[in-house]
Design a protein around this ligand. Sequence first.
Ligand SMILES: Nc1ncnc2c1ncn2[C@@H]1O[C@H](COP(=O)(O)OP(=O)(O)OP(=O)(O)O)[C@@H](O)[C@H]1O
Ligand SMILES: [Mg+2]
Length: 862
Amino acid sequence: MTPDDLGSPPLSAVLRTLDATTAGLDGAEVERRRRRYGPNRPLAHGRRPPWVQFLSRFLNPLVLILLFASGLSAATGNVASFVIVLAMVLLSVTLDFVQEMRAETAVDALRRSVALRVRVRRDGIERSEPAEQLVPGDVVRLAAGDLVPADCRLIEARDLFVNQAMLTGEPYPVEKHADAPDALSAPHPDPAEALDTVFMGTSVISGSGLALVCRTGDATAFGQLSGTLQAPPPPTAFELGIRRFGFLILRLTVVLVLFVLAVNTLFHRPWLESLMFALALAVGLTPELLPMIVTVTLARGAMRLAKRRVIVKRLAAMHNIGAMDLLCTDKTGTLTEATIRMVRHLDGRGAESERVFRLAYLNSRFESGIRSPLDEAILAFRAVDLTGWEKIDEVPFDFERRRVSVLVANGAERLLVVKGAPEDVLRQSTHYETGDGAVAPLDPAARAGLDRLFQTLGEDGFRVLAIASKTVGADHVSAALADESDLAFAGYAVFLDPPKPSAMAAIHALTKAGVNIRILTGDNERVTRHVCAELGLTVTGLLTGDDLRGMSEEALRARLAKVNVFCRVTPAQKERVLLAHKRAGRVVGFLGDGINDASAIHAADIGISVDSAADVAKEAAGVILLDQDLSVVQEAVMEGRRTVQNVTKYILMGSSSNFGNMFSMAGASLFLPFLPMLPIQVLLNNLLYDASEASIPFDTVEAEALARPAQWDLRLIQRFMLVLGPVSSLFDFLTFYVLIHVFGAGEALFQTGWFVESLATQVLVIFVIRTRRSSLRDRPPPVLIGLTLGAATVGALLPLTPLGAFFGFVVPPVSFYLFLAAAVATYLLLVETVKRLFFRCIAPRPGPGRRNAPAGTGFHAG
Ligand SMILES: Nc1ncnc2c1ncn2[C@@H]1O[C@H](COP(=O)(O)OP(=O)(O)OP(=O)(O)O)[C@@H](O)[C@H]1O
Ligand SMILES: [Mg+2]
């Protein structure tokens, strides 16, 4: 079908076109259609097939020029060198590719485990299936909080309001209707106008519906727009940092290559060999493994978290969570137990009232919008026989009004039953039920009495909903916002939402780890204060939604450091508070599970949600908790920091010893009458170095490095490079001197000796650089020891084997190996000393609370 004819023909015609019925498809037919239409995933072919990804790695200009140059040298007779260069490029690209693919496959599997599911009718029964497996002709059920899974024609709709901002930019919910059979005939090319159609990517705000899937995947309106709409999320600070580091290295590389070329031209050396040497140096200098190391490190962190039942949907969230220094969270389910219990139902005088319960029950039973735990609690309290009652209409719940109304009828009796936040319901009431069946006007004295009762309940830690009603005439066939006035207040439904004992420990641990906590709740001040008190949390400052409304950005900003509880905030205010913190330079996480949290989750640096959350919240989040528990957040934070630290290690390695070595080689070509290393030797050196580095994602990280948010620090890296680079170069020149003057080395021996030596120093220094502590105190994992020692050993022994000659090596004298041992030991000792001085004097670790907001903000244990 084309977009234009979707909304226009009658439902019966659409069903015929799709060869479907409202009873749904059968399994075999679904299978057939899935093969025909493919997965219901826009941009399914957005990711390039593996072989294209593999080949695209050869598009690196350095690699291309290198291959070209070695091809040239093969043409002039040096075939062996060409074969070796080709083999090495292949090997290194494959190593890189395989590692990264494996990591991505693992992360994809995790992502799928928390994929959106829909209720779909198949084989005559309704069941839950991944949204990705929908096919045209399926019949799906929609409820408040759901994301619409495909472009669908409505079969039934009940007070169905959808937010289409994703497609139309229109922020207000639109009501959708199933058409009266064969009634609508005007075409609806514009989504906003197609009232009997819902579109992929839009979300159900309230109400419910049954819908026929018409278009899936790329064929949807969303799929057509995807290219422009689904712009990749802005890069994180970490990604930017890595990019900047890449540029830094690139500039150095260009300078180095030009320098080497100039020197060799000046000395009239063979130009082709010089070019290859310069290129090999450039290859050695580029941190070409960086993307792979980053992906593998992050993926490994994600896998470890999966064991703790935390699913990382977006890998970039991993380093953000390591950098997070502020966590905003809602209250219900995070700080309190997920199950809420109704305990009492009181009239205005505080006496138990059966009528209040019946009204509350009517409202919860017939309400079709967001299923809240409060409704579940009312329905679970006791079953009420509602025969004779029927629902006429509804004004669905929303987080601005904080109430829901249903219009119900029982014979001639017709009643609007309202339930919601006491402040808001009382404002709309003009009368109250006195308890003996009579109704009295709500004079100031009575109002004060009701307020007092509500206050006392709140102070005792009870959550309270007000129940009110209004009798309307039989001619009242629909409910509207305007009907929620002149209400007769009936009483309060009282709930117990006990604090979660584990929350205290988790908050304490997070605070200690440098992550401050803010509570952003739609609930009222008294209940929130009570929960905080029970958990032993000091409220250092509190703002309500009303306070926020009249507050300028500057005023809000001035109070951010002190205020740690925000009450009665609307979804938009949650987002506003979050953005204000972001603007103040914090790295902010948001944990929430409701429709009302979705925009804040989306705006956060790290959106966190739970598996049971509303679709919109879950979709917006980068991290999904399978158990709603703050203590796993703390583990996620640690894992995030670990990944940032390990990536930083790789960069520190590359920017110090590796850089130093390349620099020395360039320098050596100035005074040596020959190349300090053959181009293929440089490449081999680089390959072995890369192989040893591949173990970095598996390294452990010391506790001190995990104690603070791990923010990207390019300054540290630059300083480290400036201090340790020269140390390494100094040592290299010493080695050159010894090789020439002690061993009387000619070209081949010099190259052999320097190869063995530079490789050994370059890879072994990881033992020093991987920790800020004394290197002997911090034992690396076996894989790192194995790969590092392995690479150094292969390099040292290669000249002794027949293969050595192939690379242009000669067998060095035994005394050379003695020198090697002594030299490497001295070098490592020197670096160890400089490292300790560096971290003590030049870049000490910030003390607790120094980097973040001043100590004393956020929570402390009471
Ligand atoms: N089903 C409902 N019927 C009537 N009123 C409701 C319902 N659900 C919520 N409310 C009212 O709306 C207010 C805000 O909702 P809610 O407490 O869920 O917000 P929240 O920001 O998600 O809070 P929390 O931090 O507790 O999750 C509630 O305090 C209550 O007064
Ligand atoms: Mg909530």
